[in-house]
Structures are given as structure tokens and as C-alpha cells.
Design a protein around this ligand. Structure first.
Ligand code: AOF
Ligand code: ZN
Length: 402
């Protein structure tokens, strides 16, 4: 497509590349979102983006059908062109082959197979390369990719919605809805963007959520539930839909065994027998039941033992990272959120705030657990931003644990 683009700066073209890159949101994980714009004589003569995991990279998508007309053109790309043979051939090859004169790079890659070598190769072939156009925006767009590449751990974003007086539900437990439709639509977009979604078993028991993505053309995140003692209701919507939506249950066999052998559990089964038939009585039966429903059981050691056992979330994150889960939207209750914060597994917060108050000392707040004693030692956010969604606002920022 030919477009008149006179009078534009490198930043303007990089912004176009970023807009193209965003079209891959939710489709490319754990690869980065990358967009590419090719400009000659003040006109955009080609463009492309990374459309899906395993597919061609942005640069190749932009250049593949170009002929001699691209000779001497400028190329804008938000991430350093790769120089390795991966699932697709190196992007540096096609840039050299098509005789591009100048390459404007948003930010360098951190993938050790690339990391500066892409730029080096282009320069060695006489191509002029400029690095750092809108660098901050480019790094931010792929914050998940950079974090996962460097740490092999999922990038976790804690998301919650609260009233102006800091409650996520009324004293009665009623919570539908704290925020309005616009804010909730944005949460659906986050569910599409993040590879996994995490909640605690308390949330499943209280709300029976689906934790899916209801955005048009959206993709369901992998559902990850922290269920130390395997207490998930067998008739919950999560269990009933596990055949269609990938579901991982993180649990601890020892804690579960103690629970299944306890009086409490026996009583619970007896009490429920009439209404909810078929709940397996033994732990082994329960494991088998969940597996036949399509749920993956992931054994995790305990961080805390006792009557309220807690999973080692750092261990869990390592396991999830190894399974290719690069990002997780944490929609936990107060306890899970507190543990995640204390174990420093959270990298970003999305706090939605609705301009209303419900009061009540017993009304739940977003992060509970044991608090930090001194205000001075509060976990702080950096690079904070505020967005409006209808009457609600969203405050977001990166955690600063230093
Ligand atoms: C992408 N899309 O547009 C660019 C990427 O798994 P592969 O073989 O497709 O290679 C992925 C790596 O390629 C990725 O980690 C990043 O370093 C580099 N650039 N990747 O998926 C793109 N330009
Ligand atoms: Zn590439």
C-alpha cells in the first residue's frame, strides 16, 4: 500500500511500527511483539508485524514481497533484527538481501542469540544503523519478553478492583460489580494479553469464576489455581470447562493428605453428600477425577506449614516459566496477593479504583496477610500511570523491590 508520509520524523515512523507490533498482542507469546515500517522518499512502501508465535518475524513480513523498489530504503523496527536461524531464517539476511540502506532500531534484543549481534552484522554489511528511537516505549511494549528472557520466570501483574475506601467486596461478600463496563472490558484485554491467569481456591469457592477471556477474537489464558489441599469444588465451572481451557492446579500432596484424612473433610463430605453427590472421598480418587477432567496437577513444596498451609510461589513460578508461561495476570484474593507480594513474584500492579464507598471493617481489601510494619518500608511503584475507564480509574506501575 502506498501512503504519503512527508514531513515525518524517525519517532513518527517508530510509533507506526509500535502500533503494528501491538496487533500481535495475545498471539505471539512468549515471543515479542514486533512491527516494521519501510520508508522511501518520504513514503511508507511496506509494513509488517509478527502475527503469531512461530510465524515470520515483522521484518520478513514487511520485506518478503518487495522487489527492487526497496533498494536504498529506511527500515524502522521496534526490536533489534535477529541474526539467528530460529523457527524462521534470520531477519538480518533479508534486510541485507533487499539492500536496505538504513535501519532504525527501537531497542536492542536481550535474547543471547541476538543481543547486539544483529546490529553488528548489519553494520558489517555497510548498513547504517541507529539504535534507541523511542527506546523507553519500545522496552515497555515488550516488558514481559525482556523480563522472561532475563529471568526465565513469568512476569506477574497483580490486578484488582476496589472501592474508594479500599474494599474489593461488601461485608456480605457481594462484589458485582466494583467497576463499570469500560474497566471490565480492559480487564478482558489483559486476560488476552497475559499467557496465564492465577487465582486462589477461595475465589473459586466464593465466585465460581470461569477466568476465561470474553474479548472478541481473544485467547483464553491458561488458568492456574493455587489449591494447596485440593479443595476445588468438583462441580465448579473451572472443573467443568477444563477439557476446553488449559487448567493447572498447584497443590501439595502432604498438605492435601492431611486434609483428606481430617475430621473436617469427612464432615464436609457427609454434609455435602445429599446436595453434591460424587465428590471423591479419598485423595487418590480426587487426583484421578481431576486428571480425567483434563486438569494438570502440579506438585509444589510448602512455604508455610500448619492449618493454613501456603505454597512456595517462587518454586511455582519457576515451574510455570519452564512450561513456557511468560506472563500471569494475578486475580487473587487478599491472601494470595499478599503472599505473592511478600515473595516478590509480582512485577506490575493494575489497581482499578471505583468512585464509591461501601465501608465495613470486615469488608475484604485487595492485599491482606501480614502487613509491613513501617510506612518507610512500603513496597513502592515506579513508572506509575493513571488511566480513566468511564467513571473508574486505573493506577498502574512497576514494582520496585530495591
Ligand atoms: C519474533 N518476532 O518479529 C522478531 C523476533 O522463536 P523464533 O525462532 O521465531 O525467534 C524468536 C526470537 O527472535 C525472539 O526471542 C527475538 O530475540 C527475535 N526477534 N522474534 O518472534 C519478531 N523480530
Ligand atoms: Zn527476526
Amino acid at each position: 500500500m502506498m501512503m504519503k508520509q512527508n514531513g515525518k520524523t524517525p519517532e513518527d515512523y517508530m510509533r507506526m511500527a509500535l502500533d503494528l507490533a501491538r496487533k500481535g498482542e495475545g498471539q505471539v507469546s512468549p515471543n515479542p511483539m514486533v512491527g516494521c515500517v519501510v520508508v522511501k522518499g518520504g513514503q511508507v512502501i511496506a509494513e509488517g508485524y509478527h502475527q503469531r508465535y512461530g510465524g515470520f518475524h515483522a521484518e520478513r513480513n514487511a520485506l518478503i514481497y518487495c522487489g527492487e523498489e526497496v533498494e536504498g530504503a529506511d527500515l524502522y523496527v521496534n526490536l533489534e533484527p535477529c541474526c539467528h536461524q530460529g523457527k524462521t531464517p534470520p531477519c538480518t539476511d533479508i534486510i541485507i538481501e533487499k539492500k536496505i540502506a538504513r535501519v532504525y532500531v527501537g531497542c536492542l534484543d536481550v535474547n543471547p542469540r541476538v543481543a547486539g549481534k544483529g546490529v553488528e552484522i548489519l553494520r558489517a554489511h555497510g548498513i547504517q544503523v541507529e539504535v534507541g528511537i523511542l527506546e523507553e516505549e519500545c522496552r515497555k511494549l515488550n516488558e514481559v519478553f525482556f523480563y522472561y528472557m532475563a529471568n526465565k520466570l513469568p512476569f506477574v501483574a497483580m490486578k484488582y478492583a476496589m472501592t474508594l475506601d479500599g474494599k474489593i467486596a461488601c461485608e456480605t461478600g457481594d462484589s458485582k460489580w466494583v467497576t463499570g463496563t469500560e474497566a471490565r472490558a480492559y480487564v478482558q484485554r489483559l486476560r488476552n494479553r497475559y499467557r496465564g491467569i492465577m487465582a486462589g481456591i477461595g475465589t473459586v469457592q466464593a465466585d465460581d469464576p470461569l477466568l476465561n477471556c470474553r474479548m472478541k477474537n481473544g485467547r483464553n489464558p491458561v488458568r492456574i489455581l493455587c489449591d494447596t489441599r485440593l479443595r476445588i469444588p468438583t462441580d465448579s465451572r473451572i472443573v467443568q470447562t477444563a477439557a476446553e481451557i488449559e487448567t493447572i492446579l498447584a497443590w501439595n500432596p502432604k498438605a492435601a493428605n492431611t486434609y483428606y484424612e481430617s475430621e473436617t473433610y469427612r464432615e464436609e463430605i457427609l454434609r455435602k453428600k445429599g446436595s453434591s453427590k460424587g465428590r471423591p472421598e479419598s485423595l487418590q480418587e480426587m487426583q484421578k477425577f481431576l486428571e480425567t477432567k483434563g486438569i494438570t496437577l502440579l506438585e509444589v513444596p510448602l512455604k508455610k506449614e500448619g492449618t493454613m498451609p501456603e505454597l512456595d510461589l517462587r518454586f511455582l513460578m519457576q515451574q510455570l516459566g519452564e512450561r513456557g508461561i511468560d506472563s500471569i495476570l494475578l486475580e487473587g484474593g487478599g491472601m494470595l496477593n499478599a503472599s505473592a507480594l511478600q515473595e516478590h513474584v509480582v512485577q506490575r500492579v493494575y489497581a482499578f479504583v471505583a468512585p464509591k464507598l461501601v465501608a465495613g471493617a470486615d469488608a475484604k481489601s485487595p492485599v491482606e496477610g501480614v502487613g509491613i510494619p513501617r510506612m518507610e518500608d512500603a513496597v513502592k511503584l515506579r513508572e506509575t500511570e493513571v488511566f480513566s475507564f468511564g467513571k473508574d480509574i486505573c493506577i498502574t506501575g512497576r514494582m520496585d523491590y530495591s
